[in-house]
Structures are given as C-alpha cells and as structure tokens.
Design a protein around this ligand. Structure first.
Ligand SMILES: N[C@@H](CCC(=O)N[C@@H](CS)C(=O)NCC(=O)O)C(=O)O
Length: 316
C-alpha cells in the first residue's frame, strides 16, 4: 500500500493520517465534480463507471444505491482485488477482478489518466465519466447523493422534505460509526481508542433505541441514511468487532439493529453486495499495526438470511 506523489505511485506508505494525540484522521477527498441534469456532466445511462472494491465500506454505499435504484445496467463497474498490494488497489488481467473499462492494472492508473501529476491517496470508490474520460468524483458521500438525485427524478432515497433529517443522521453516523470503527482500529494511543469506542457504542445504543421504535432511520422509509449505515453493520461482527477492537458488543447483540440490518439485507439487490469472506480477507490482511502475520480467523458464524421481523420496502 502506498500513496501517489506527482503521478508516481510510491509503495512506501506514510500510513493513515494521525493527529498528535494518536487519533486517526481521514484524508479529504479531492476530486469532487457533480452529475446534474442540465450541467456539463449529465445523468446519461451508460456514461459512468464505478471503480470499487467489495471490502471497502465507502464503495459499498455507492453499490447499494446503484442496486436499490436498479442502475446496474446504466452504471458499469470494475472491482479491485480485496487485498491491496505495494501498488495499492490492483486488478487481474481477466476474470471477476479485471477492469473491463480502462484495462488498468491498478486504480492509481485511473487517477493518473485524470491527472498525470496527481498527488494524494489512491482510494475507491471512483466514479469515472467514460464520455469525458475523467474522474467525476472520489468522494462516496457525493457519489451516493448525486446518483440518488440525478438518476431518480422522484428523489426517493433523498426526498426534499426529509433531506435535513437524512443529513443529520449522515453526519452523526459518519463521525461516530462509519469512520468511528476506523478511529478505533487505527488509534495509536489508548486515549484515542477509548474515545472512539465510547462514541461508537453510545451511538449504536442510540440507534438501537430509535430502531426499536421505527423501521428505518427517517420517515419510516428507506433512504440514503440507511444505505450509508448498512456497510458498517455488514462488516461489524465479521471484521470490526475483532480486527478493529470494537468489541464491547456484537451487532447481533442488538435486537433492533440486527433485525434492521437483516431487513436491509433482504432488499432486492443488496445481498449480492455483501461479501463476509472478502471482508475478512481484506480486514485481516497483513498489517504491522493490527495483524502482522495476516492470519484470517475462521469465525464468527453469522446467518444473514434469518428473516427479519420488520419490513422495509424498496422504494422503486
Ligand atoms: N473519502 C473517501 C474515502 C474512501 C476510502 O478511504 N477508501 C479506502 C478503502 S475502504 C481506500 O481506498 N484506501 C486506500 C488508501 O487510503 O490508500 C470516500 O468516502 O469516498
């Protein structure tokens, strides 16, 4: 794993950003254009391509929106191999992990196509514009919102009247849950770890309370906020609980959250995006900090197909 400096991929990884007190700080995404009706980047079927990895939760949220809105034919994908190498995210020459669009060997080549002197981290997801031959965005939050607005005129995943509520959940869940597990897993001091775990489990407790009373996060219907929470829940017991030391409780210890997660899993198109064995291979890949020998644990056994008590309707 590494970083790109002026268009050259350096295998030497400076490591995830940390502040002085050992707390993890996520790098900001830098390529942030928008698809809009009437703008230069229009929502045309067949024009866009997503570069993703099954194990990446930020990529997962974009795949969920694509699946729930039925955009699989409109937006094509390339899936990078689950374990990063000294070239970062890489592709095979053929098969499931090949890149049919640009025939790239690594995701850093996609960034170099966009900007030959690119400097920064090479992350997935990346939304690529096949027509303009450039990156639209490497920020998953923007990709989720722009897909759900530009490709669905009825804004069913982000209704205008609920947008503020969706944003409120998104902000909280990003800080304390989605990125919270990384703050715990990448902490370099006890204090930073303790703060992250406290935030995470306090928020899971609040979510448990909310989801005991309501079927979903906002307005009793499926919205973008649910699709942004789900990737962290899908990885929780199999990866974060153990690999990132988020072990005060398992997802399956929260009756309402676990029921909610399974109801989301049962939505058409969602199960195809959930890959527990790949999460394990990715999160337990060799890491000097967390898992020096790269040994992947056998468990836990999880039954995602157990029917949920609640019903969540696919809006489309
Ligand atoms: N802000 C980005 C973050 C994406 C991100 O951190 N992706 C991880 C994989 S889960 C990655 O590609 N990391 C590679 C690196 O940092 O070198 C987003 O949400 O789209």
């Amino acid at each position: 794993m590494g970083v790109m400096i002026e268009g050259v991929y350096e295998a030497e990884d400076p490591g995830p950003g940390t502040t002085k007190n050992g707390a993890y700080e996520r790098a900001k995404s830098t390529l942030r254009n928008w698809i809009t009706t009437g703008g230069p980047i229009t929502p045309d079927a067949g024009r866009y391509h997503l570069f993703v990895a099954w194990n990446c939760p930020w990529a997962h949220r974009t795949l969920l929106v694509r699946a729930v809105l039925g955009l699989q034919d409109a937006i094509s994908i390339s899936i990078a191999k689950p374990r990063r190498t000294d070239q970062g995210w890489v592709f095979d020459a053929e098969g499931e992990y090949a890149d049919p669009e640009l025939k790239a060997q690594a995701v850093h080549q996609v960034y170099a196509r966009q900007c030959p002197a690119y400097t920064g981290r090479i992350t997935v997801p990346v939304l690529w514009d096949k027509q303009a031959q450039q990156i639209v965005s490497n920020e998953s939050a923007d990709i989720v919102r722009m897909l759900s607005l530009a490709f669905d005129p009825d804004r069913r995943l982000c209704p205008s009247q609920h947008e503020a509520d969706i944003d409120r959940w998104n902000t909280l869940i990003h800080a304390k849950v989605n990125n919270g597990v990384y703050r715990a897993g990448f902490a370099r001091t006890q204090e930073a770890y303790d703060a992250a775990v406290t935030d995470l489990f306090n928020t899971l407790d609040d979510l448990e309370q909310h989801l005991s009373a309501y079927p979903t996060l906002v307005a009793d219907q499926l919205t973008e906020a649910d699709l942004r929470l789900f990737p962290t829940l899908a990885r929780f017991d199999v990866a974060y609980h153990y690999a990132f030391k988020c072990n005060l409780a398992k997802l399956s210890d929260y009756p309402a959250l676990w029921d909610y997660a399974r109801a989301l899993y049962a939505l058409p198109g969602v199960a195809e995006t959930v890959k527990p064995d790949i999460y394990k291979a990715g999160y337990f890949s060799p890491s000097e900090l967390r898992n020096p020998l790269g040994i992947v644990p056998a468990g836990p056994r999880i039954d995602w197909s157990q029917p949920a008590k609640r019903t969540i309707n696919k809006p489309i």
